[in-house]
Design a protein around this ligand. Structure first.
Ligand code: HSE
Length: 402
């Protein structure tokens, strides 16, 4: 079968490379034999050995009846959304690595794919090379999912790992991440949790069946974290991770992205550097965790190519993801009403008797600042009590039971 690749950046180039490198093997995994790239859509100049495949004209792909599967690795919403929609309407399956597109337009594109008897697949859109979309939409279908929690941004996990293990200040760790090519020159999407938010929206839709929009998710990044937070959390037996979390709470879900304390001995705590991991709690299987490289050329291409083979094998047979309606705001629980424990760091001037009066007999760390972990209660109630301590509240970080 012939395919086209739209966007020849790191991931697109990786897809072409994997398809060539493993061509014979892939031909044995594919119902219709070898899978070859016929077009690469790229407006920038390409000078490598694939330059002869390049077109700048999307219509070459759209109008070619030999193309049954199109890979979208352009990123962003425009023009990716228009191109993907046009391909689906033309009866071509689409494989994407574009988390922004899936988080914003996933329901619309899946509906369009179904209407046209083709597939829209997106394994690479969350946690790069780690298989998580398929487990959540297939292997775990016999379960009621209770919770999904993941380290789903490699850049911030790299920065936090440096802060925790080398005592490196946030700004230095960010600079190092930029030097190593993990963080962009403008790191906002990673460090402010925007990238992780898109990914938890996708995982939530698969786990709970409704399209959760990024604007519905309480999102906090790591840019305000201080070394005192990572140090004090360490002394209390925790590490701080940026987590995307989505949890069933009654007939609603709580979904958020924020720094969170996880116990030092937990599996998530030991995911370091740019690696990702996704933990799933479900009512039959119990707790499982998938771990591995969450970004990079070849790991991400691995996920895309897996989808390409699947789309070739399921030509004209749309997969069913159970992602079939929009989550109204009623479905999303206000994060302030969700029960949690909080790590609170306050100014040294605090009256410690007041802490005990407000929160009970908690362990208190006293250094340059004072820190403690509250008992579990509604976040709103805990924040009101913290404000009532009569001193500067420097940091409030959620504490998990992982
Ligand atoms: N910027 C993302 C990360 C890339 O750091 O995880 C993969 O989505």
């Amino acid at each position: 079968m012939y395919i086209a690749v739209m966007g020849y950046g790191t991931v697109g180039a990786g897809v072409v490379k994997v398809l060539k490198m493993n061509r014979d093997h892939i031909s044995r995994k594919s119902r219709h034999g070898p899978i070859d790239v016929k077009y690469i859509l790229e407006i920038r100049e390409v000078t490598d050995e694939n330059a002869h495949l390049v077109t700048k004209n999307f219509n070459d792909i759209l109008n070619d009846k030999d193309i049954h599967v199109v890979v979208e690795t352009m990123g962003g919403i425009h023009p990716a959304f228009d191109y993907v929609s046009a391909c689906l309407k033309a009866g071509k399956s689409v494989v994407t690595s574009n988390k922004e597109l899936v988080a914003e337009k996933g329901l619309e594109l899946l509906t369009l794919a179904r209407a046209n008897q083709v597939n829209f697949t997106f394994e690479a859109s969350v946690a790069g090379g780690i298989p998580i979309i398929r487990p959540l939409s297939g292997s775990l279908n016999g379960n009621i999912i209770e919770e999904v929690a993941g380290i789903i941004n490699g850049t911030t996990n790299f920065i936090l790992t440096k802060m925790i293990t080398e005592n490196m200040p946030y700004a230095d760790a960010l600079r190092l991440a930029q030097e190593k090519g993990y963080a962009e020159k403008d790191p906002t999407a990673d460090v402010e949790g925007i990238d992780a938010c898109r990914k938890i929206c996708i995982l939530s839709a698969l786990a709970f069946g409704k399209h959760v929009h990024p604007r519905q998710v309480c999102t906090e990044g790591i840019s305000k974290l201080d070394l005192k937070d990572t140090k004090y959390a360490g002394e209390l037996g925790y590490v701080i991770k940026l987590l995307g979390r989505s949890k069933r709470v009654g007939d609603q879900i709580s979904v958020m992205v924020s720094p969170a304390l996880v116990k030092k001995e937990s599996l998530l705590a030991n995911v370091s550097g740019v690696n990702n991991a996704v933990l799933v709690r479900a009512n039959a299987v119990g707790e499982i965790m998938m771990y591995g490289p969450g970004a990079g050329m070849m790991p991400t291409a691995s996920a895309v190519v897996g989808d390409v083979i699947d789309c070739c094998n399921h030509y004209m047979r749309p997969k069913f993801f159970g992602w079939s309606e929009d989550a109204g705001d009623d479905f999303i629980k206000d994060y302030l009403d969700v029960e949690t424990a909080l790590f609170i760091r306050v100014d040294r001037s605090v009256d410690k008797a007041k802490i005990k009066e407000a929160f009970g007999d908690v362990d208190i760390i006293e250094k340059d600042d004072v820190a403690f972990i509250t008992p579990v209660a509604a976040e709103r109630e805990l924040r009101i009590k913290a404000e009532g301590l009569g001193c500067e509240v420097k940091s409030v970080i959620r504490v998990t039971d992982y």
